[in-house]
Design a protein around this ligand. Structure first.
Ligand SMILES: *Cc1c(COP(=O)(O)O)cnc(C)c1O
Length: 426
């Protein structure tokens, strides 16, 4: 393995960028080595500046469902560039995007485009508060909803309390309206609703959690959230920034048949460009400015290049009727290989093209069980794979993403490396 240039640039990067990176997990700190600096990517391959060619299972943390630099998406982007990069005025493509979202995502009637998942969630929460005229938000431990103040929280020490900031720079006053329950734990949600029956504006949840590693909702959990929010007059927000267009065209809400009031989208919706969106029931979304009193705006929202990439990607997903079957069957090959090779030493969670290998006996059903994983073992596994040119997430608590560019041969090669790892590390 040669990563000489990456190491050199990392040293240089650390002088002018915090941790040498523009987003923390890219630094590889969790696995204790220098990150690879990337030169280019195509299909299921990613190339670093030392010339290593790797099979990529990070896929830009989700957007790359077609694989990198899909020719059809590139063509749409190049064509859009010729017409100018931004106007700050409405375009037909934004209308087509809103119509596409209404067509594909069951809960969405009206939507607004923004430029990141963080922005989408932050805005959806403001709408939920504006609509219900309530202040509190209930989230789940281990679910990530972007880096806005009120959501960057962890559970307080008492069993039933409001959250405490999980980052310096977040005033406790900002997090005091956020309540934290345990994923898959209906009792913890019920208790908070009993304590604050008229104060909770919304419950926000990743319908499949994918930011503590992949954790599936238990039987009936999403239906329970639908029922209890309706009972108490709170809104249900599905944060589908990862699951949207990933589990099914209509996201987790289509997959599980549960309709939230509001949905947040990101990642795949931009086809590799910065796009986010939030949307939902028309009467709720009419609260958004200039139709209503909830202010939200963006200079580059609905950017013409970004919407060209996003629309091209969504059209491909919509027209390819077999794509979700293909993605899942490839992922199942990986899952079976890991389970066979690891023989009970890890716990594998998988749904569609999302998968996590937890270095714990499991089952992994929530934050507590996810964090029982042996992260040092994961780091060892990560480095072993990287050395064999298999690029997976540099953290135990991130998903493995399979794309439509992963060939059967590359999946097989990956299975062999994973099998070797478990054979060599008893
Ligand atoms: C990635 C992610 C976000 C944040 O999106 P950014 O585009 O990184 O701001 C929010 N929610 C979920 C579920 C995510 O996975």
């Amino acid at each position: 393995m040669n990563d000489k240039r990456s190491q050199e640039i990392y040293e240089r990067a650390k002088k002018t960028l915090p941790g040498g990176v523009n987003s923390p997990v890219r630094s590889f700190r969790n696995v204790g080595c220098a990150p690879r600096f990337i030169e280019k990517a195509k299909g299921d391959r990613i190339y670093d500046i030392d010339g290593n060619e790797m099979i990529d299972y990070v896929c830009s943390w989700g957007p790359g469902i077609l694989g990198a630099a899909d020719d059809r998406v590139l063509e749409a982007v190049k064509k859009a560039c010729d017409d100018g990069l931004t106007y700050g005025a409405p375009t037909l493509r934004e209308v087509e995007m809103a119509e596409m979202l209404k067509d594909l995502v069951p809960s969405i009637e009206v939507s607004r485009l923004v430029s990141s998942g963080t922005e989408a969630v932050m805005s959806a929460i403001r709408v939920a508060r504006g609509y219900t005229k309530r202040d509190k938000i209930l989230k789940f431990e281990g679910c990530y909803h972007g880096h806005s103040d009120g959501l960057l929280v962890k559970a307080g020490s008492a069993a039933l309390t409001t959250a405490v900031p999980d980052s310096a720079g977040v005033p406790a006053d900002y997090s005091k309206h956020t309540l934290v329950a345990a994923y898959n734990d209906e009792g913890s949600v019920e208790a908070l609703f009993k304590e604050y029956p008229n104060d909770i504006a919304a419950v926000i949840v990743e319908p499949v959690a994918a930011n503590m590693g992949v954790v599936l909702p238990g039987d009936g959990f999403l239906q329970f959230l639908r029922d209890i929010t309706t009972k108490y007059g709170a809104l249900l927000i599905f944060d589908e920034v990862i699951t949207g267009f990933r589990l099914a065209l209509g996201g987790a809400q289509e997959y599980f048949g549960i309709t939230p009031d509001l949905t947040t989208l990101g990642k795949i919706i931009g086809g590799g460009m910065p796009v986010g969106a939030y949307g939902g029931r028309e009467d709720i979304m009419r609260c958004v400015s200039p139709d209503g009193p909830v202010y939200q705006a963006g200079t580059l929202s609905g950017n013409p290049i970004a919407t060209a990439a996003g629309l091209a990607t969504l059209k491909i997903l919509k027209e390819d009727k077999q794509i979700y079957k293909r993605l899942e069957s490839r992922t199942l090959v990986l899952k079976d290989a890991v389970e066979k090779a690891a023989a009970g030493r890890v716990s594998v969670n998988q749904i569609g093209s999302l998968m996590s290998i937890f270095f714990t006996k499991g089952p992994v059903v929530d934050y507590k069980s996810a964090t029982s994983s042996d992260t040092e073992k994961y780091a060892e596994y990560f480095k072993y794979l990287l050395d064999k040119n298999i690029y997976v997430a540099p953290s135990q608590f991130e998903a493995m993403f399979v794309s439509d560019s992963h060939t059967d041969d590359d999946i097989k090669a990956t299975c062999n490396v994973i099998a070797d790892y478990f054979r060599d590390h008893r």
